[in-house]
Unconditional design. Structure first.
Length: 246
């Protein structure tokens, strides 16, 4: 997933020092006061999670999630915490999706965690045109990261990927490679192709995969994006050439 250029939320555990850098739109939560309500406690944990090396923070979040969710509304609210942060920081999308995959057995009144997550993801994806018009397109890149990580991490009972997400992921990546794409979108596309390329090659529509190969080639030839992005796309070309999809 494309790592955001912003600094992540905190780099230590617990309450961050005043010198810690925080991404815009997020306020670090103080956990030192009286015992918070379960949803507030979960919100604080999610907000304070590091973007990397956060394994030690995952189990407390899972426990808090289960404690906070008793109704369908609470389930939707808990998942929205994960999605909202991912839309502001695409680097959090991998963690958010993995948490929802690990908590897929959680059931509120009538809805499973996986079903609720996919429904909320779909609702945000419908806002794609609104997200893409923003500059920089932070929410759009976060949405793309959520879609692609959902394809790579959420599995059916037979361990196959969720097929409806394959076409959506391809459409997202193709959009990020378009002629008016920003440097951030190009980097996002490069990272996500490397993330889900094997799945796309196995299950993707052949015509769209051909379009993907041509779009990648055009970005490289036209010299768009950063040098690091084009290096990633060269790896993509090599991957596609091996399967004759370019």
């Amino acid at each position: 997933m494309a790592s955001s250029s912003k600094t992540g939320v905190g780099r230590g555990r617990g309450i961050r020092s005043q010198t810690s850098k925080v991404s815009p739109g997020f306020v670090l939560k103080d956990l030192s006061g009286p015992k918070a309500a379960p949803m507030d406690h979960l919100a604080a944990l999610v907000c304070n999670m590091r973007l990397e090396d956060n394994e030690c923070e995952v189990e407390p979040v899972k426990f808090a999630f289960r404690e906070a969710v008793k109704t369908d509304d609470e389930l939707n609210g808990a998942i929205d915490l994960l999605i909202s942060r991912s839309l502001q920081e695409d680097g959090f999308a991998s963690t958010a999706v993995q948490l929802c995959a690990d908590l897929s057995d959680v059931v509120a009144e009538s809805v499973t965690c996986r079903s609720a997550f996919l429904k909320l993801l779909q609702a945000n994806y419908r806002k794609k045109e609104e997200f893409r018009r923003e500059r920089p397109p932070v929410k759009w890149i976060g949405c793309v990261a959520l879609v692609c990580h959902s394809l790579s991490k959420i599995r059916m009972p037979d361990n196959s990927p969720m097929m409806p997400i394959v076409d959506t992921a391809l459409d997202c990546i193709l959009s990020c490679l378009g002629s008016v794409a920003t440097a951030q979108e190009l980097e996002c596309a490069a990272v996500q192709i490397l993330n889900v390329g094997d799945i796309l090659l196995a299950y993707g529509n052949s015509n769209k995969m051909s379009s993907l190969g041509q779009a990648v080639f055009d970005v490289i030839i036209e010299g768009r994006g950063s040098e690091a992005t084009r290096q990633k796309l060269l790896c993509v070309v090599e991957m596609l050439n091996k399967t004759r999809r370019i």
